[in-house]
Design a protein around this ligand. Structure first.
Ligand code: SF4
Length: 578
């Protein structure tokens, strides 16, 4: 993993690929690498869909090795949705395969000469780029079937659906899973639109003939990996809860905590939560012959995912995540898992972020475009997006645009990006993360739910402002570092609670690269990433005033707690003081 593949999409005669050494980026991976390249090479004031923006696709430092959980991929650029720097993180097979092919990153740069659509094929023999306008406006599922027919079934695809081609601000980059289905997405911030603007429909990877990446000290690495696996298996969240019920195990927990945003953040509890909970979902999947436990890439041992089949036992989609079930469910007043699964399938096929899409429909419902609870109407609205009708184009531009077009006051976004599935009035720590993250509202940037609700890594009262800044700061620093290793963020539960599991992760990095990193070095890495990202945003025109939640969170008390967001603006402004 010592080279970068740069594809100049504006070259004479069509896109040209060139392998370049890592150079000044050596030693970086995942988010550390994508953010370093964006920060150094992308002018912060450029148009996100223009010539000067770049799309960077990078596996993590441990991807392509035998390290358990190391298959996460970072996709970075200047975001068309937020205007900030962006790192969207995805599971699926691509990180492992790309790393084994020896690439630390693929960089798409320049501006296409015309509207020809291209496919890129990469294997051990090199890179082939071919025009293929037959792929235009294909959904991700049909696209992957075509690639399978052309290149065989040993491939992994990184692709965009129609939403990315239409350069919608809510569009994803899809990654295929172990079954070669386009179910994993670098979803947030409109990264698919940047790939669409570069005229690349799909990157097909085939690592046949390439082995696992070898550690500098194989014995130490093996020992550390064993301790790592043992640590993940013994923690109740990573060893039991997530494998059994998936991320949607949180539905009942967050609903009980009175922080489950319902009907566009009007309420903190959904009366039909039990109908869409993780427990009901897992039962339904198992009873119909689907799967309640499943990994999104080889080497995942937590296996929080699953396979959702319809009433006749036919594959419909992967197990919708907690955030997806919330966004298309409680947030829209929809209580039917089959409809939510269909919405998830459509989102994956068109290439749409489920959080942004569900939030957008919630705002549209608030405006009276459809009734809360009307699942059929929600499905039709997503189909409008896939077709690119004028209404669909508005909805596909995200929650903020939709709120403006329909004159809605309660628009749950920060820096233009929709808030995920936790009400910041009921869980104040996550409100700090939403407000101050370099990415716009993003729960994964600093998952305060762990400590505020699940009591992992200590406990900070979710309803009080005290301690939330420090909690979010520490989590944001740690997350930036984890996002650079290629590790799935869910490892954090075990790492926060079990010092020996954290040490096993550091030992793996040290054994692989022959380093002698300490926990302090990991913290410094996290800080340096955030500093670069924050600096990019400042140069892009973002100020302290952008680090705020929407006004209604300060004015409208959340009924379940009769509470507004309590953390003061001047305290939010201290988050980056370390
Ligand atoms: S725990 Fe879940 S999200 Fe993480 S790698 Fe495994 S299946 Fe993917």
């Amino acid at each position: 993993m010592d080279k970068v593949l740069r594809i100049d999409v504006g070259a004479e005669g069509g896109p040209k690929a060139a392998e370049k050494p890592l150079g000044e980026y050596a030693g970086l991976g995942g988010r550390a690498l994508t953010s370093a390249i964006v920060s150094k090479e992308v002018p912060p004031l450029c148009h996100p869909l223009g010539e000067d923006n770049k799309l960077i696709i990078a596996p993590g430092l441990l991807s392509g090795t035998t390290a358990a959980m190391s298959g996460r991929l970072s996709v970075g650029c200047k975001s068309p949705l937020t205007g900030t720097i962006k790192e969207a993180n995805s599971g699926g097979q691509a990180a492992q395969v790309l790393a084994r092919l020896g690439y630390a990153a693929i960089v798409l740069e320049g501006k296409p000469k015309d509207d020809t659509l291209y496919k890129v094929f990469i294997n051990k023999d090199g890179v082939t780029i071919t025009p293929d306008n037959n792929l235009k406006m294909l959904g991700n599922y049909d696209l992957v079937d075509k690639m399978k027919a052309e290149f065989g079934d040993k491939i992994t695809c990184i692709s965009i659906g129609p939403a990315g081609e239409m350069k919608m601000s809510n569009s994803t980059v899809a990654i295929t899973d172990m079954e070669l289905r386009p179910t994993r997405h670098a979803a947030r911030g409109g990264v698919g639109a940047v790939m669409g603007a570069k005229g690349i429909k799909v990157i097909v990877l085939d690592d046949t003939g390439m082995g696992m990446r070898s550690p500098k000290d194989p014995e130490k690495f093996k020992k550390a990996n064993n301790a790592w696996v043992e640590g993940l298996k013994k923690h109740p969240v990573t060893g039991e809860g997530l494998p059994a019920y998936g991320t949607n195990i949180l539905a009942n927990i967050i609903n009980e905590a009175g922080a489950y945003p319902t009907k566009n953040f009007m309420w903190g509890r959904f009366e039909d939560c039990s109908k869409i909970s993780g427990e009901t979902q897992a039962e339904t999947e198992t009873a119909r012959g689907g799967k309640a436990t499943h990994g999104c890439h080889r080497g995942c041992i937590i296996q929080c995912s699953g396979i959702y089949v319809d009433k006749d036992g036919h594959y419909l989609t992967k197990q919708p995540e907690y955030e997806t079930v919330w966004a298309h469910g409680a947030n829209c007043g929809i209580n039917d898992l089959d409809s939510i699964a269909m919405l998830d399938r459509l989102d994956d096929d068109y290439g749409l972020d489920t959080i942004e899409m569900g939030s957008t429909i919630g705002v549209a419902m608030d405006a009276g475009v459809a009734e809360f609870g009307d699942a059929e109407a929600a499905i039709n609205l997503v189909k409008e997006v896939g077709k690119g009708t004028p209404l669909g184009r508005i909805l596909g531009s995200g929650t903020a645009v939709t709120g403006k077009v329909f004159g809605v006051e309660r628009v749950p976004v920060v820096k233009g990006q929709a808030l995920p599935a936790y009400d910041p009035r009921g869980i104040q720590g996550i409100g700090v993360t939403y407000a101050t993250s370099t990415m716009g509202a993003d729960h994964t940037s600093g998952y305060a739910i762990a400590t505020n609700i699940l009591k992992v890594g200590g406990y900070v009262d979710p309803l009080k402002p005290e301690g939330q800044i420090e909690l979010s700061r520490n989590l944001q620093i740690a997350t930036a570092a984890v996002d650079s290793t290629g590790m799935c963020l869910f490892i954090a539960f075990a790492v926060l609670d079990q010092p020996d599991t954290f040490q096993a992760l550091i030992d793996m990095l040290n054994a692989f690269y022959d380093l002698s990193l300490t926990a302090d070095d990991v913290t410094e890495l996290g800080k340096s990433i955030l500093k670069k990202e924050r600096d990019f945003n400042t140069r892009a025109g973002f100020t302290a005033e952008h680090d705020r939640l929407p006004e209604f969170f300060k004015k409208e008390p959340l009924p379940s707690h009769n509470l507004t967001f309590q953390v003061k603006d001047e305290d939010l402004d201290t988050l980056y003081n370390w």
